[in-house]
Design a protein around this ligand. Sequence first.
Ligand SMILES: Cc1cc2nc3c(=O)[nH]c(=O)nc-3n(C[C@H](O)[C@H](O)[C@H](O)COP(=O)(O)OP(=O)(O)OC[C@H]3O[C@@H](n4cnc5c(N)ncnc54)[C@H](O)[C@@H]3O)c2cc1C
Length: 379
Amino acid sequence: MPASLFYTDEHEAFRTQVRKFVEREISPHIEAWEEAGAFPRELYAKAGEVGLLGVGFPEAYGGTEADGFHKLLLTEELCRPGSGGIVAGLMSHGIGLPPITNMGSDALKEEYVPSILRGEKICALAVTEPSGGSDVANLRTTARRDGDHYIVDGSKTFITSGMRADVITVAVRTGGEGMGGISMLVIDGDTPGLTRTPLKKMGWWCSDTATLYFDGCRVRAENLIGQENEGFRGIMQNFNNERLMLAGMAIASAQVCLDEAIAYARDRETFGRPLIKRQVIRHKLVDMAQRIQSARAALELLTWRVDQGQWPIAEVCMLKNTATQCMEHCAKEAVQILGGAGYIRGVKVERIYRETKVLAIGGGAEEIMKELAARQMGL
Ligand SMILES: Cc1cc2nc3c(=O)[nH]c(=O)nc-3n(C[C@H](O)[C@H](O)[C@H](O)COP(=O)(O)OP(=O)(O)OC[C@H]3O[C@@H](n4cnc5c(N)ncnc54)[C@H](O)[C@@H]3O)c2cc1C
């Protein structure tokens, strides 16, 4: 990835460490894992051992203090093998854990955070429901108070790491209608009444995705994260960070497409000359680079602003769309430049092409990003 004003030598040393881990533990296996539809559970422990799962989480619970650029370069490096599934699956605690670390009690943090950051337990976030994911304020899964417990009934779908998560951060309705009746609960994966079914997908094959069913699940009242009926703000705060991360994934994947397309165009000869000598191809490559450069500049600026404590919600929504559109364009052009080779399974650009839609839908779909940005802009 190109050098940037925002990265220090310390960031670059961290990048080298992550790159070595990815080259050793992920890249050689990624094709097989994608075909198998899963990566080994042991990868969490390996990543935990070298501190990759703890980046940006509190030291008191086994994490490492880090700024947004550490998280960004971690995402970039994990994207280099050209599989968003590994990033989404291995890092699902990146969306499941922040509600606990930001709003949970000390007891909850002590109980759940260290084992997740060591990679011993897998953590997922469950907000989306079969009745809809965009309209979070109208979610239907209920948690009814019964003495020292909540009784949870309902279902969640499209949940990353849903099949094998040991700890699930679940958005539930504890109060009346709308956003003021929503809370977040930590639910253990072995809770009686919780069942799961796996889902097959267009892309992200090696990540596990599932529908979860809660049928009279008894959950300790201490597992409430923060205050009852005040979960919506936490969910939105979490979305803001997730959207930055998804933008990072999209831009890093676009960069992989560009790198692959340049390498192929240098090597491939047609009509007696390398493809890269054709103006049409060179302009396609520059157009990809141009979009990546603009999207990355916005991403870095917003990462910096969030690090300063700002909440640029509209800008993050627009960035997510810019970044995913950039990825869609670059994946489309890279497949075209590789010709038939770009259509063959096991080729990075083919995989990334199949992953474009999940980034434009997950964590808030493109239309919802525009709607949210419009509201923030007072339109
Ligand atoms: C592989 C994968 C992994 C995922 N992982 C997770 C996870 O770990 N945890 C989790 O909670 N969720 C997860 N999701 C769910 C994801 O966040 C939702 O799919 C997304 O928020 C959209 O919700 P929906 O699919 O229910 O679409 P809907 O809300 O039903 O919307 C359908 C379409 O209509 C559009 N639309 C909706 N409302 C409007 C409107 N008012 N105006 C115009 N257009 C509108 C949407 O933009 C979308 O394109 C995952 C999804 C996928 C595919």
